[in-house]
Design a binder for this molecule. Structure first.
Ligand code: XMP
Length: 513
C-alpha cells in the first residue's frame, strides 16, 4: 500500500483519487501523525508528500519524518512536499522574489530521460498546473533537473539512485493533462501491479466484518440511500441474520419510497428488517413549525429517539453499522482555523453510537463515493438504484418551505414523481446531479376549463455538481420546461403554476431550506 502524507493542500484527496483509479490502495494521513514509528508500522511500499499552504522557510513548519529518507522506498514530493524534501535533504527554498506561479505553466524537458516522465513531452513542452509562492533555489545533493518552467527552474528534479522524485506542480489536477500518467509511472516503478479491485475489497471486507463482530448482533439504520444500503448488503453477506436493519419512515419520503425499500431489502435480499412507520409522530411534532432550522433540529432529535427505541428491541446488539465514507474519515489539516458558519444543521446520526454504547462497524470507511457505487454493482444492486440522485435526511420537509401539512406533502409527492418521470423519459436523469420539486408556501390564481383555480405553486430544481459543495442550475430547453409544467398541472391536483429555479450555488443552496 501507498502512504500519502498530507501537508494540507486543498487537492490532497485528488491524489488518492488518481491512485485508486489505477487500482492502487492508498491512505492519506496528516503530517503531524506520521512520525518514524508510524512509518515503520504502516510499512508503505511508496510515499507521496502532498502540497500544502505553509512555507518551509517558516520556523516550525511541517516536515516529513526523518526516517523516510532512509526507509528505502520511492518518494514523490509535490509542491510543498517537494520543497520540504529539498530543504530536509540539504537544498534551499526561498520565499517570494517575484517567482510565485499560479495557474497554467509549460515545462520544458531536461537533457536526460526520467522513468516517471514516460509518455511526457511527446509534443514538446508539457502543460502543468502550478500554485506556489516559494520556490526551490538550490537542489539537494544527488538531485538532477529533468524539467524547467519559466518561473521554476527546478520544476522536475530527481535523485534516481535513491528513488526520490520532486515536482513543483500538481499532477493530480485536471489542468495537468498528463498528471495521471506521471502517477502511473511512479507506482509501476514502486512495484505496484494495480490489483486492488472491488471483488477483492468485497472478500477482504467480509472477512474483516466477521472477525470484528464474531457472533454478536449488529443494527443498521437504513435510509434508502446508496451508502447505508451497500453497507447493509455487505454486512448481511458477512454475518447473515446477525444483522437487523431499522428503516424509519418519518412521513417525509418520496412517493412509494418506503414500500420500495422494504421490498428490496426484505424480499430481495432477505435481510431482517424493522420497518417503522413513525409518520404520525414526526408530522405531529412538525405541525405549525415553519423555521427551517427548527424543522431540521426537530427531525434530527426525533430520529435519534425513534431509532433508539427500535434498536433497544434487538436483543444483544453490540454493534451499529454505518455507511461512513472515506472523505468523512480523512482528518483534514487546516491552517485557516476559526469556526465556520453553520448554513444548515445537517441531519445525521453521528451522536448515536456514544448515546447507545454501541461499537461501530463501518465497512465503507476506506471508499470514495464512486467506489461505493462500484461495490454496490459488485453486490448485485440494480444500476437504477445505484445511480439515484442524493436525497437529504430531513426529506421532503426541506422541500416544503413554511408550514408542513399532509395535504402539501401529498401534492409534492405526486408532482415530484411526474417531474422525475419526465427527466427519465427524456434521458436526462444521469446528466443531472440532483433534481426535485418543492412546493411553495403560496397559492396563486389560475383558470382551468371555465373555472377559477386557487392552488399551490411549485418550484422545480435541477443542478449539475461534483460534490454538492458548488452547483449550477441545469440548462433545460424551453420545450422540456413547458412540457413538464403542462404535465404536472394536468396530472397533479392542487398545483396550478410551475416555476423553474435558475439559482446556482453559491449564492443559493441546492435545497430550498
Ligand atoms: P445544500 O442544500 O446544503 O445541499 O446545498 C447540498 C447537498 O446536501 C443534501 N442535504 C442533506 N443531506 N442531510 C443529508 O443527508 C441533510 O440534512 C441535508 N441537507 C441537504 C442536499 O440534498 C444536497 O445533495
Amino acid at each position: 500500500r501507498l502512504l500519502i502524507i498530507d501537508f494540507g493542500s486543498q487537492v490532497t484527496q485528488l491524489i488518492a483519487r488518481r491512485l485508486r483509479e489505477l487500482n492502487i490502495y492508498c491512505e492519506i494521513h496528516p503530517y503531524n501523525r506520521v512520525d518514524d514509528a508510524f512509518l515503520a508500522s504502516f510499512a508503505p511500499q511508496a510515499v507521496i508528500l502532498s502540497g500544502g499552504p505553509d512555507s518551509v522557510t517558516r520556523p516550525g513548519s511541517p516536515r516529513a519524518p526523518e526516517a523516510l529518507w532512509s526507509f528505502g522506498v520511492p518518494v514523490l514530493g509535490i509542491c510543498y512536499g517537494q520543497q520540504t524534501m529539498m530543504q530536509q535533504l540539504g537544498g534551499l527554498v526561498e520565499s517570494g522574489h517575484g517567482t510565485a506561479e499560479f495557474g497554467r505553466a509549460f515545462v520544458t524537458p531536461g537533457a536526460d530521460k526520467l522513468s516517471i516522465l514516460d509518455g511526457w513531452f511527446t509534443d514538446g513542452n508539457e502543460q502543468v498546473w502550478m500554485s506556489h509562492g516559494d520556490h526551490v533555489s538550490r537542489i539537494a545533493p544527488g538531485f538532477q533537473v529533468y524539467g524547467t518552467s519559466p518561473n521554476a527552474p527546478f520544476a522536475i528534479t530527481a535523485d534516481v539512485s535513491r528513488n526520490f522524485y520532486a515536482v513543483q506542480f500538481h499532477p493530480e489536477v485536471h489542468h495537468t493533462p498528463k498528471g495521471a500518467k506521471l502517477y502511473e509511472n511512479f507506482v509501476r516503478l514502486a512495484g505496484f501491479t494495480g490489483d486492488w479491485t472491488m471483488a477483492g475489497y468485497r472478500e477482504q471486507a467480509i472477512a474483516q466484518i466477521r472477525a470484528q463482530v464474531g457472533d454478536k448482533q449488529v443494527i443498521c439504520g437504513l435510509s434508502g440511500g446508496v451508502d447505508s444500503s451497500v453497507a447493509a448488503i455487505l454486512i448481511h453477506e458477512a454475518i447473515g441474520d446477525q444483522l437487523t436493519c431499522v428503516f424509519v419512515d418519518h412521513g417525509l419520503l418520496r412517493k412509494d419510497e418506503a414500500a420500495q425499500v422494504v421490498a428490496m431489502f426484505r424480499d430481495n435480499y432477505n435481510i431482517k428488517l424493522i420497518a417503522a412507520d413513525e409518520s404520525d409522530l414526526f408530522l405531529g411534532e412538525l405541525e405549525g413549525i415553519s423555521d427551517p432550522e427548527v424543522k431540521r433540529k426537530t427531525i434530527g432529535r426525533l430520529f435519534i429517539d425513534v431509532f433508539q427505541k427500535y434498536a433497544n428491541q434487538i436483543e444483544g446488539a453490540e454493534f451499529l453499522a454505518q455507511g461512513t465514507l472515506y472523505p468523512d474519515v480523512i482528518e483534514s489539516v487546516s491552517f485557516s482555523g476559526g469556526p465556520s458558519v453553520t448554513i444548515k444543521s445537517h441531519h445525521n446520526v453521528g451522536g448515536l453510537p456514544e448515546k447507545m454504547g454501541l461499537k461501530l462497524v463501518e465497512p465503507l470507511r476506506e471508499l470514495f463515493k464512486d467506489e461505493v457505487r462500484a461495490l454496490g454493482r459488485e453486490l448485485g444492486l440494480p444500476q437504477s438504484f445505484i445511480g439515484r440522485h442524493p436525497f437529504p435526511g430531513p426529506g421532503l420537509a426541506i422541500r416544503c418551505p413554511g408550514e408542513i401539512t399532509r395535504e402539501k406533502l401529498e401534492i409534492l409527492r405526486n408532482a415530484d414523481a411526474v417531474y422525475i418521470d419526465q427527466i427519465r423519459k427524456h434521458g436526462l436523469y444521469d446528466d443531472i446531479w440532483q433534481a426535485f420539486a418543492a412546493i411553495l408556501p403560496m397559492r396563486t390564481v389560475g383558470v382551468m376549463g371555465d373555472g377559477r383555480t386557487y392552488d399551490y405553486a411549485l418550484a422545480l430544481r435541477a443542478v449539475t455538481s461534483v460534490d454538492g459543495m458548488t452547483a449550477d442550475y441545469y440548462p433545460y430547453t424551453h420545450e422540456f420546461l413547458g412540457e413538464t409544467a403542462t404535465r404536472i398541472i394536468n396530472e397533479v391536483k392542487g398545483v396550478n403554476r410551475v416555476f423553474y429555479d435558475c439559482t446556482s450555488k453559491p449564492p443559493g443552496t441546492i435545497e430550498l431550506e
